[in-house]
Write a protein that binds this ligand. Sequence first.
Ligand code: HGY
Ligand code: MN
Ligand code: MN
Length: 422
Amino acid sequence: MGTTVAPNLLGAVSEARQWDRLMQMAKLGAIPGDGVNRACLTELDRQARRLLISWAKPLGLSVSVDAIGNLFLRHEGTERGAAPVLTGSHMDSQPSGGRFDGIWGVVAGLEAVQALRQAGIATRRPIEVVAWTNEEGGRFAPGCMGSMAYAGYRPRDAWDGVTDAEGLTFGAELAKLLASERDIPRRGLGVVDGPAPFAYVECHIEQGPRLEAEGFDIGVVTGIQGSRWFVVEVHGRSDHAGTTPLSLRKDAVQDAIRAITALNALMHDPADLLRFTVARIEVSPNSSNSVAERVRFTIDFRHPEKEVLLERGDAIGRTVAAAMTTCTATVTERFHALPAAFAPDVPDAVERAARAQGLSTLRMSSGAFHDAQFMVPLCPTGMIFVPSRGGVSHHPSEYTSPPQLAAGTRTLAAVLEDLANR
Ligand code: HGY
Ligand code: MN
Ligand code: MN
């Protein structure tokens, strides 16, 4: 156990050390406007993992990696064989992301464990800090591959053939990462190869406006809305833009527009609860004077109610087919995560820990998806939110202040001490 340097656990959490680590991580993939572009399984991702390990090893934490690249930092408990308490998040970012989405949850987990050790607090259960592979799904769709494989929700090799914009496959890029980490001990894959964790708690920025607008310090997350991702491919025929009469065209762009318009009608929600996003559209041959032969566009559809998620989501295929006039279309579902509700154990522990520190708390659900939702079937699960300035995320200007982040990490430290001694 590290030398006892702090009178108590909360005093051992260092706002400055945490902020400094986040700013070091933000340099790996820095983009203008204080943003970060650090896609999973890239050289930048490998550098970020090595930086995290360089902070963990001097603390005496043991480092391991599993078959899908999830990275674990383990703090031993007095009862080595006890099921561990798991905390963490993801290190990959959106292409035009911020300095806190995901990475704060990993750095906060390390900070909380370091504080426990510096305060000389032993825990009965081991605590493991995890960095999940590919939560964002930006480079390789879908997101949450690491946590889905860990939870046995999908086979480890389910996405090996998925390609990125350069045509590189997830399987090949994962193999490259694992080869670069040959020096790191391997471990089994979650509940596929071993027992479930005792509990899971994840720190994450809110990525929405409520905590700031309503003046709360900590979000006690009670659940996560459902998400479904689809890819639509519209197939037409490329023709000369100057010579081909409209009556003979099979214009994939025009039919894709009809499909998106019809989908907007399908997804209309006067209550503005439903989230329907088309944000990636690829056209080929993508030349101004050749009629488009193919359009590929993504759908990100979310809703807090399972019935709506299933009913509207299952109507996407026939809505697209009905919109075709001269082209054909295929619709493929890439991600299917039903709404997840957290059992009271961990949210109650979060609320208790925050209030004991005089922090104000708001019970709320998450509009963003998180790795936590795949932990729900395995063990008591919860999340700790801190405010996002202006509710902004997935943007370089994403911001949460050092004191706000430290309040979240002190809450995490208290929750980990509580859960790891149950
Ligand atoms: O898209 C999401 O909800 C998450 O931020 N990756
Ligand atoms: Mn995230
Ligand atoms: Mn994100």
